[in-house]
Design a protein around this ligand. Structure first.
Ligand code: MN
Length: 384
């Protein structure tokens, strides 16, 4: 394999699985960036021998530099470092698995340089949807989705005509609280919310899966990635996470993509596209599952989901506002400052709190982002 890749967010769940894929298929890793785990980044650097590494947290920079002093690897830090890596000539593809809004600017930087992007960072499309898709069109750039649902849809579109697509079916595991009533959610604990039935992921996305905000963000991403109207996206709860999503064409033929719930399959497809090779994961055995089930989501109970869908229907800054409000609310929940159900209350209140305004530049995104965060911080402080 003579592809080269830079990985942003290399010590996270997607990042480490991406490195497994790179190892399996001899994909050259040109650069690595991590948030704050200097020890793991050091190990990855010694093993994969990138020429440049970056630690996002600037207070960790000198420690990392010391750790790698004998390697001759160039060490960077902060957003500047992320962006420097994003535009490196040496990499064919930039894999962005950074968590949160931080991921948007590196994606835009990579695209400006004409790099194709393997995208796991949801906020890139949720907060910057229009800017990102316009830039991709202008530069002729491909965005290869890593998220299992979007990878599934992308796979189901291969060999068919996009204009004959009628809708997509976005599957949702339903998270650990599927079937619970709003009242029952009032007493759930952080430990319960951090336990996902099918997927092993980072804390932020695990909470988002429990509130179904994750599905709301994926709804918004799907709209931008596949150029759909919100009415063309149906969410179906499918507890087993075997069907990763499906598409329906004009003739009502529905094509689904299936596989074991393991992110290495979509990661590998994003890096090897259009090639398919043996993946370091198990085979799917349908008879081991026996039964696959499908249900409608509970939009009343899971307020984050309905708020995210309403946000993309209204357009403008709303998707960015609900996303940033959610990031701040999840942080407060993980810090034991608010209850689980407060997340949904806070995220949906953003729709009432802010008037419509447009997003046409990166600066507009950062403005909406800080407005939403300030609003949530004040709301959380008032609750104490
Ligand atoms: Mn997903």
């Amino acid at each position: 394999m003579n592809k080269t890749v830079s990985i942003l967010g290399s010590t996270g769940s997607i990042g480490t699985q991406s490195l497994e894929v790179c190892e399996k298929h001899n994909i050259k890793v040109t650069a690595l960036a991590a948030h704050s785990s200097t020890e793991m980044l050091e190990q990855q650097t010694r093993k994969f021998k990138p020429s440049v590494v970056c630690i996002y947290r600037e207070d960790k920079y000198s420690e990392l530099k010391e750790r790698l002093a004998d390697t001759g690897v160039k060490v960077l830090c902060g957003m500047e470092g992320l962006c420097e890596i994003a535009e490196m000539d040496e990499s064919d593809i930039v894999l962005n698995s950074v968590v949160g809004m931080v991921g948007l600017l590196p994606t835009l930087t990579a695209m400006e340089k004409g790099k194709n992007v393997a995208l796991a960072n949801k906020e890139t499309l949720v907060a910057g949807g229009k800017i990102v898709t316009d830039l991709a069109k202008k530069k002729g750039i491909k965005i290869y989705p890593i998220d299992s649902e979007h990878s599934a849809i992308f796979q189901c579109l291969q060999g068919n005509r996009r204009e004959q697509l009628s809708k997509i079916i976005l599957t949702a595991s339903g998270g650990p609280f599927f079937g619970k009533t709003y009242d029952e959610l009032k007493t759930v604990t952080k430990a319960q919310a951090l336990k996902h039935p099918n997927w092993d992921m980072g804390n932020k996305i695990t909470i988002d899966s429990a509130t179904l905000m994750n599905k709301g963000l994926e709804f918004i991403e799907a709209k931008w990635l596949f150029d759909l109207e919100p009415e063309q996206i149906e969410i179906v709860v499918h507890r087993q996470s075997v069907i990763h999503s499906a598409v329906e064409y004009n003739d009502y033929s529905v094509i689904a993509q299936m596989g074991v719930p393991d992110m290495k399959i979509p990661i590998q497809y994003s890096l090897l596209y259009p090639d398919r090779m043996e993946c370091p994961t198990g085979r799917l055995s349908l008879t081991d599952y026996g039964t696959l089930t499908f249900a409608k989501p509970d939009y009343e109970t899971f307020k984050c989901l309905s708020a995210a869908i309403e946000a993309i229907k209204r357009g403008g800054a709303y998707p960015c506002l609900v996303n940033s409000a959610n990031e701040e609310a999840v942080r407060a929940f993980l810090n034991d400052e608010i209850q689980f159900i407060d997340i949904g209350e806070i995220v949906s209140s953003v729709l009432e709190r802010f008037e419509y305004f447009d997003i046409s530049t990166y600066e507009d995104v950062t403005k909406a982002d800080s407005m939403a965060r300030e609003y949530v911080r004040n709301t959380v402080a008032a609750k104490k």
